[in-house]
Design a protein around this ligand. Structure first.
Ligand code: AMP
Ligand code: MG
Length: 292
């Protein structure tokens, strides 16, 4: 196959399409219509997931190491993964089970909660800029600058005249990052209201999960339609050629993890990384070592 739907050479055949084909947000797509239980592009089942996840985690880890190695040889490139989703969507699981497969040395993780006084005294991108990945690193944003057009919009934490200008500001900001060698992978994770109830209930049932429970999550849950509106606007206004959004159905954790892993592998594969050649004489060094 040579057309644009050709599968990446190493894509496991449990996928019928490269994940981004089904998952890329397209104009006209509706957040309210997302089937959060669906497994687009995947023909396998849950029982295939553990082995495949393990195999693809390894592939991801090798690519991440190549990115890191390339930076040691002067390559300026980096990757920024943006995870957005309502509580319980599974952002933490992606960090642990997907990103966690890589060497932490090359990962720059940042989570963004309610801004501090100091953060509020600056422009909304101030705290974001401080956490951007440096060359060779994969930055992972667990929530992000998009909170400033999501929770901030839903709760009118700033005036509409202010948040409404942020979509364009974000697009310009991301454009600048891309021009500076960043590949941006934006992932919007969606669970259904029912699935969220089950996941919150689990947190209340298990003492080892209480720490994840926040009574305020219920308040946000009650605002679901307003959040859907805000997510819709976010996808429509900030899915750009240089930083497109991917919409991930997340009611089945095994699927969302596999899908996001493939998106990361695709992004890294697209960088065409290779191991930096030795900048010393390998044979001479072997000889020196043997004699040392
Ligand atoms: P968690 O990710 O569960 O630790 O929750 C963090 C909370 O901080 C979420 O309710 C976010 O919506 C909220 N948050 C993140 N960024 C902002 C922001 N810029 N303004 C207000 N709240 C925010
Ligand atoms: Mg939470």
């Amino acid at each position: 196959m040579t057309d644009s739907t050709a599968l990446a050479e190493d894509l496991p055949d449990l996928w019928t399409h490269e994940p981004h084909v089904h998952l890329a947000f397209k104009p006209g797509d509706s957040v309210a219509a997302i089937d959060t239980r669906a497994t687009p592009g995947f023909r396998g089942s849950k029982s295939d997931a553990p082995a495949l996840q393990a195999e693809r985690n390894e592939r991801f880890a090798v690519l991440q190491e190549k990115l890191y190695a390339a930076s040691r040889a002067g390559d300026n490139r980096k990757v920024l993964v943006v995870l957005q989703g309502m509580d319980t969507a599974g952002k933490g699981g992606i960090v642990k089970h997907v990103v966690g497969a890589a060497n932490p040395q090359g990962i720059r993780y940042a989570s963004f909660g309610k801004p501090t006084e100091e953060e509020l005294s600056h422009d909304f991108l101030w705290r974001i800029e401080r956490q951007l990945p440096t060359p060779g690193h994969i930055g992972v944003f667990d929530r992000s600058h998009y909170e400033d057009v999501l929770i901030v919009r839903v709760h009118d934490l700033v005036a509409p005249e202010v948040w409404s200008t942020r979509y364009d500001i974000i697009n310009d900001f991301e454009r600048r990052l891309v021009l500076d060698g960043t590949t941006i992978v934006k992932v919007a994770m969606f669970v259904s209201l029912d699935e969220q109830r089950d996941r919150l209930a689990k947190r209340l049932d298990r003492p080892d999960k209480y720490w994840k429970y926040n009574p305020a999550d219920i308040d946000e849950r009650l605002l679901w339609p307003k959040y859907q509106e805000a997510y819709q606007a976010m996808l429509e206004r900030t899915s750009t050629d240089w930083a497109p959004w991917h919409v991930i159905p997340c009611d089945r954790k095994w699927y969302s993890r596999l899908a996001i892993t493939e998106l990361l592998i695709e992004a890294l594969d697209g960088l065409d990384l290779s191991w930096p050649p030795a900048d010393f004489d390998v044979e001479a060094e072997k000889k020196r070592l043997a004699e040392a």
